[in-house]
Design a protein around this ligand. Sequence first.
Ligand SMILES: [Cu+2]
Length: 204
Amino acid sequence: MSEHEQDAIVEDGSSETAADQAGHEEALHVEAPQETASHLHIDRYEAAWIRISVGVLVVFMIAVTISSFAIGIQLPGVYDRINPNELYEPGSPFAEPGLRELAPGKYEAYFRGQIWSFVPNEIHVPVGSEVTFYVTSQDVQHGFKITETNVNVMVLPGQISTLKHTFDEAGEYQIICHEYCGQLHHTMYATIYVEEDAPVADAQ
Ligand SMILES: [Cu+2]
């Protein structure tokens, strides 16, 4: 087909498809004069999605604010570092870990994770107690999760992890190791007894 014949076909439009038509219209758009920034056109749907995205961010910020200030959800923190070989040194809080009363209703509890137990393996606190936990491992990586609470930290040799919880309801709370730590991992647990008017006892 010669060049002349091709032009003829386009001119009479006999072989022009709908797709070609659309292509031509698009080309016309592209050639339209550019709009200035002051008259920037944002497509209706694009504007809607921008509003939705901003809305989602605002919802996230509200959720984070409520969970940290109203509900008290906290991220586990690194309190300090400690040499796992020095856990039994005099003065180390992990040589004889356990519960200590700081003030009425306020306690700190030191726990040592080791294959395959927690020391101490039980503590008793009265209802309403606020307990700050300090946990470390003397050997491998363990987990420290208290059932029915938000307390959930990894227990790493060399690191003291900390989290706080207020026990408002009486009952038995299991502390379970939820990081696989070897053959008897499933036997590694301890118990927190939250008792009505309980005399505070600290069992090893
Ligand atoms: Cu374990």
